[in-house]
Design a protein around this ligand. Structure first.
Ligand code: FAD
Length: 505
């Protein structure tokens, strides 16, 4: 097959985004037809956080043909069934956002409508009883249902992993497939005088690397997309005001929980991500309500194990580049924008950008429709996640600190206003087919934060009472039964994917 005219791909950046892009592109557009060079600078380093994922990462592993246990061993991974939210509705409150649905849809209608009928008639207000992930999480259980009993429904899950080990793992996947890693700091960028396309980048040692298509994975700085091409930035911090994180790992003190924990704090929230060898922690906050030193002191006081490093401050502005594909540069990861990690969506956004790039991949030249389609799809992805994140802050009873008072009373986008109004009245969050977060997610978060719909769909009332009670009982028993089939999370990891570094011989 002749080499396509556009065959030299240059990836700038070797963080999670850069290596994910290199892995997927080397699999889809293999050598020797295509050449892929990845440039990273040890001197600059990576952001080094980003350790909680959502289930779609399994699709990414499948695309690469990665064995899940080998992957988990290499990245000190643990399994994740959802996110536990503490103190978000009010101090002392606790709810779970699981991966997966509640109960089973009946008569074409979402189960949550039936749950509302059940609850209104005096049934338990604990809707987690109808979700196996929630129940398994409460007891620290995990197991892949396909292995435990292939005849029962699957239970959705994702992973927690060590970000630096993940980049290393992907590198070991890429290099045998011909990806060339180039260490060095880019100090200069060359553009075609007529088109403005980038033609090459120059490293500090003078070496020039030329390419046809550049993938900017250079992190917040956006070396090509912003510093060179001046794409512009859409700032969303009026709705998502957190703009700082203090991150600090600590010693593992108990069994790894099969979930991420998010605890609302005075000026933001704190994450807790369990790995096999340590626990990741961070305080995400807004600097208008708390200074960095205070946030660092507070997180150190709130660790459940001994700190393993000094707290590290990361500064960001929520939003996205106006053009994520501009000229011959496609931005991914932090170079394309940032939505705070409340629902672990950034790695998914990298994955989404890779999938869209592969879908619209240029053959011999880049066309406007390719760029426009990519930018439209990515903007939609950012937009939908944005509304879901804002809902966590807006729908709260908290007004106990200036930060929470601001969030509770802030203006929100019209799209979210419409969703909340509709949900409040009819339990319909107006979720569209292509959205990442489906009805069950909106239900978990909105009801978890105190917004109980006034009514449910009238179709849920059509089922005769006896049958309704019987079905609800069966669904509840089914969820509990699935959860009980799972072993403890720790024993499952020990059996199937103990960390390669932690196993002693
Ligand atoms: P980086 O890791 O910053 O990598 C940038 C790369 O570019 C580096 O290799 C650097 O050396 C290179 N580079 C930059 N400039 C140059 C230059 N001049 N020359 C050569 N090389 C250069 N995502 C999730 O999905 N889940 C989470 O739980 C989560 N938590 C997060 C918490 C925080 C506080 C933050 C800030 C982010 C979080 N994320 C999370 C996002 C996640 O960390 C990122 O999406 C992911 O790590 C991708 O980062 P990156 O590769 O785009 O950038």
């Amino acid at each position: 097959m002749p080499k396509p005219a556009l065959s030299r791909i240059v990836i700038v950046g070797g963080g999670t985004a850069g290596w994910m892009a290199a892995a997927a592109l080397s699999k889809t557009f293999p050598a020797p037809l295509y050449s892929i060079t990845l440039i990273e600078s040890d001197e600059i380093g990576t952001v080094g956080v980003g350790e909680a994922t959502i289930p779609s990462i399994q699709t990414f592993n499948e695309l690469l043909g990665i064995d899940e246990n080998a992957f988990m061993k290499a990245v000190n991974g643990t399994f994740k069934l959802g996110i536990r939210f503490r103190n978000w509705k009010a101090p002392g409150s606790d709810y779970f956002h699981p991966f997966g649905v509640y109960g089973v849809d009946m008569g074409g209608l979402n189960f949550t409508h039936y749950w509302m009928r059940y609850h209104k008639a005096g049934g338990s207000g604990d809707f987690g009883l109808f979700n196996p992930q929630t129940l398994a999480s409460r007891e620290g259980r995990f197991g892949r249902m396909a292995e435990i009993n292939p005849n029962v429904p699957r239970v959705n899950y994702a992973f927690h992993f060590d970000a630096s080990l993940y980049a290393r793992f992907l590198r070991s996947y890429c290099e045998p497939r011909g990806v060339v890693r180039q260490e060095g700091r880019i100090t200069d960028v060359q553009q075609d005088a007529q088109s403005g396309d980038i033609t090459s980048v120059t490293l500090a040692d003078g070496k020039q690397i030329a390419g046809d298509l550049f993938i900017d994975c250079s992190g917040f700085r956006g070396l090509l997309i912003e510093q060179t091409l001046k794409s512009g930035y859409e700032d969303w911090s009026q709705w998502l005001p957190c703009n700082r994180a203090v991150a600090v790992p600590c010693e593992k003190v108990g069994p790894a929980t099969p979930y991420t924990q998010s605890t609302a704090q005075e000026a933001g929230w704190q994450w807790r991500i369990p790995l096999q060898h340590r626990t990741g922690n961070g305080y995400v906050f807004c600097d208008a309500y708390m200074d960095e030193g205070t946030a660092a002191d507070l997180i150190l006081q709130r660790l459940d194990g001994k700190a393993q490093a000094d707290p590290r401050v990361i500064r960001f502005t929520t939003g996205h580049r106006k053009q994520m594909w501009s000229r011959n540069v496609v931005a991914m990861g932090l170079a394309s924008g940032f939505l705070e990690p409340l629902e672990s969506t950034s790695i998914w956004l990298v994955q989404e950008a890779i999938v869209k790039l592969i879908r619209y991949f240029p053959k011999d030249r880049i066309t406007d429709p390719q760029r426009q389609n990519f930018n439209r799809d990515m903007l939609t992805a950012y937009d939908n996640v944005k509304d879901f994140l804002i809902a966590h802050y807006k729908v709260t009873e908290r007004e106990d600190t200036p930060f929470w008072a601001y969030c509770k009373h802030m203006d929100i986008p019209d799209s979210l206003k419409a969703r909340l109004d509709s949900f409040r009245e009819t339990n319909d969050a107006l979720v569209r087919h292509e959205e990442l977060f489906k009805e069950a997610s909106w239900f978990a978060v909105l009801v978890g934060q105190g917004l109980m719909p006034a009514a449910w769909h009238p179709m849920a009332d059509l089922m005769p009472e006896d049958e309704f009670r019987w079905r609800m009982q069966k669904v509840r028993e089914g969820s509990a039964g699935l959860a009980r089939m799972m072993p403890s999370h720790e024993s499952y990891i020990a059996k199937t994917c103990p960390s390669a570094q932690l196993v002693t011989v």
